[in-house]
Write a protein that binds this ligand. Structure first.
Ligand code: GLN
Length: 205
């Protein structure tokens, strides 16, 4: 199984380490030529969504990646990556709003926990996985999930709620987390994702 890790900005190296330890071949997406290599899954790391989005556009990668996700490519997205998938962004007046793929019908609020108290750790239940550690770093949260299907015909499903706020969503093959699973030792979320990638490969083979 091969995963492409978006490596334009942010915390991509940590994801690569984790997925490699789980036996996944990883390579970095740094430019349009990298999109010509075959891959089974896409990892969208945390970082700064406005910067990532701008670079994706400038490098000519935005449209191709968006089309692949619309066609059902499995995606593991964390934090800024979650923002990039969102159909709608809610921002404070004056705050930048990144252009997003818009493939996951949900409304996401950027920097939702304020600038000072932006980072914290907790443990909470993830549907289908159990209780996992969660590290939030200037995290977004999901204000609401859509009731109409995505391009792939899937309806978003809430996987985790932390302090009354949606922190993880699945929509078909797209998995979006407001926190950073790659920074904790627990690997169950990655394993859960890889099971669904394997199922996707089996279905489409
Ligand atoms: N606040 C960042 C953004 O809006 C996300 C933070 C993160 O990825 N750790 O892009």
């Amino acid at each position: 199984m091969t995963a492409a890790v978006l490596a334009l900005q942010g915390a991509f190296a940590e994801h690569e380490q984790v997925f490699r330890r789980l036996g996944v071949d990883c390579f970095e997406l740094r430019g349009p030529a990298d999109l010509d290599r075959p891959f089974d899954a896409l990892i969208l790391p945390g970082g700064e969504s406005t910067v990532q989005s701008k670079l994706l556009r400038e490098l000519g990668m935005f449209g191709r990646l968006q089309a692949m996700i619309r066609e059902g490519l499995p995606v593991f997205a964390t934090c800024a990556g979650m923002i990039l998938l969102a159909g709608q962004i809610e921002a404070d007046p004056g705050d930048k709003v990144p252009e997003t793929f818009g493939t996951l019908p949900m409304t996401v609020r950027r920097n939702a926990y304020g600038r000072q108290l932006g980072s914290f750790r907790t443990r909470a239940e993830v549907k289908g996985v159990g209780e996992v550690p969660m590290t939030f770093i200037r995290a977004p949260y999901v204000v609401s999930v859509g009731e109409t299907p995505s391009n792939t015909g899937d309806i978003p499903e809430i996987l985790a709620v932390v302090d009354g706020r949606i922190a993880a969503v699945r929509c078909g093959n797209q998995y979006a987390f407001a926190f950073h699973p790659e920074l904790d030792e627990d690997r169950r979320l990655q394993e859960y994702f890889l099971e669904s990638v394997a199922a996707h490969i089996a279905r489409t083979a």
